[in-house]
Structures are given as structure tokens and as C-alpha cells.
Design a protein. Structure first.
Length: 252
């Protein structure tokens, strides 16, 4: 179960954080991976590391998700080289924390350009080929903040993730006739080493208290959800926001 041999999978935002963990897990299941983001040097390094570890082919391609032309070229390059695209994963995203009374318009626009417009344009560019093939899967990265409020200056971020949730549901409905499944993975706090260093211990304890299992997620938890949604075992799953959150959304 959950094998992805022969599948061509594109992970945008695959050079760091959750995107990298997701790409590594997918490669471990036999998929051919294309990881894409703006920093090509880091991409090449990550691609080589994953390929060495997993044994699957991993290629780096550059893209700027805020540019329609760049996203279109990426989709064209993937299909020209590999003949198709089976799964698109939109793992790109940014969170610039701002108090609601201090919203900076330029930073707000940057977040929506990457988190919302970038997801929309990627779905559009790759969806064109999936529609032609009458087959495909899209997995967007959302967050519990798309459905649950919190403090800490996350209003702008939550707004972008609420938009991603509705993009996911609307595309699932619109593209169902073409056998395209569109879902999202929505994690709560993922306790990476960088996050632990950046967040005060008292804040960590407050967030931890809101989970049912009283432990934070690891990147592998989110990666496992991506593997499931990309696999044949999830062929009857679409329009879903999969909350990988230790039960946070179960209790409000």
C-alpha cells in the first residue's frame, strides 16, 4: 500500500521545511520527484540528498510562484520532459506575523501573492494538463489557522489559509468530471528545530496545552498525510482538508 512507483510528482516549495520532508517521503515510496522553488542552489543540494537517500530520481527546477510566466514555464518543462504530471503539491507559503492594528499593506500583499495567488496559478498551470489527461491529484498546504483563530499576529496568515481551503474545495467540485482529486493538508504546530529556537518556552507550553496528545507534530507526520493523499488508497478522497493537528480542531 501507498507505493508511488511510476508517478511524476511536483513539489513546489520542496527545498525546505515541510516541503522537503514531504518530498523525501514521496521519493521513498518510489515516485519520480521534481522539487521547485526560487533558490536553485539549495534545490540542487536537497534534490541530491533525497535522491541518494531514497534511490528515486529527484530533479530541481526553479520557479517563482508569484510570476504567472514562471509557473507556466515550470509546468511546460515538467510535461515536456516527463510526458505528464500525476500529482502537484503546493507546499509554498510564508507567515509574516503582524498585529491587526499594525498590518503592513505590502507584507499583506506578499503573503497573499505567495500563499493564495501562487497556489491558484500553480493549480491552473498544472491543472490544464491533468484535465487533458483526465487524471491527476493536487495537494495544497493549508493550516488549522484556516478554520481556527488564535492570537500572536496571525490574522493575515489565517486569511490566506482560509482562502486555500476554499480553492481546494472549489477545484475539487469543478474538476471532478476530469477525475482530478484536490485536497489539502492542514497541520497545527510543527516543532522543527528552527521553530523551537524562535518561539519562547512559555508560548510553546501554551500551544502544547491545546493539543489532545500534549505533543507537537514532526515534519514526518505531515509528510505521511501527503503520501496517503498522493497514493491510490486515496483515489476516492477529494475536497477534504485533512487536519494533522493532534486533535486541536476536535475540541475548538
Amino acid at each position: 500500500m501507498f507505493r508511488l512507483d511510476g508517478k511524476i510528482i511536483v513539489v513546489i516549495g520542496g527545498a525546505g521545511g515541510l516541503g522537503e520532508a514531504c518530498a523525501e517521503a514521496l521519493a521513498g515510496q518510489g515516485a519520480t520527484l521534481i522539487i521547485a522553488s526560487r533558490g536553485i542552489e539549495k534545490l540542487h543540494s536537497v534534490a541530491q540528498q533525497i535522491q541518494t537517500k531514497a534511490g528515486s530520481k529527484v530533479e530541481a527546477m526553479q520557479v517563482d510562484v508569484t510570476s504567472k510566466e514562471s509557473v507556466t514555464k515550470l509546468a511546460e518543462a515538467v510535461v515536456q520532459k516527463y510526458g505528464t504530471v500525476d500529482v502537484l503539491i503546493n507546499a509554498q507559503g510564508v507567515n509574516i506575523k503582524m498585529a491587526a492594528t499594525d498590518i503592513d499593506e505590502a507584507k499583506w500583499d506578499t503573503m497573499f501573492a505567495i500563499n493564495v495567488k501562487g497556489v491558484m496559478m500553480s493549480c491552473k498551470a498544472f491543472g490544464k494538463y491533468m484535465i487533458a489527461n483526465k487524471n491527476g491529484k493536487i495537494i495544497n498546504f493549508s493550516s488549522v489557522r484556516g478554520i481556527r483563530g488564535t492570537d500572536g499576529g496571525n490574522m493575515a496568515y489565517g486569511a490566506t489559509k482560509g482562502a486555500v481551503d476554499m480553492i481546494t474545495r472549489m477545484l475539487a467540485a469543478e474538476w471532478a468530471p476530469y477525475n482530478i482529486k484536490v485536497n489539502a493538508v492542514a497541520p497545527s504546530v510543527v516543532a522543527t528545530e528552527a521553530w523551537k529556537k524562535a518561539v519562547a518556552p512559555e508560548r510553546q507550553q501554551l500551544l502544547l496545552s491545546k493539543t489532545l496528545f500534549k505533543k507537537f507534530l514532526g515534519p514526518e507526520d505531515v509528510a505521511a498525510a501527503c503520501v496517503y493523499l498522493a497514493s491510490a488508497e486515496a483515489d476516492n478522497v477529494t475536497g477534504q482538508i485533512m487536519y494533522v493537528d493532534g486533535g486541536l480542531t476536535a475540541v475548538g
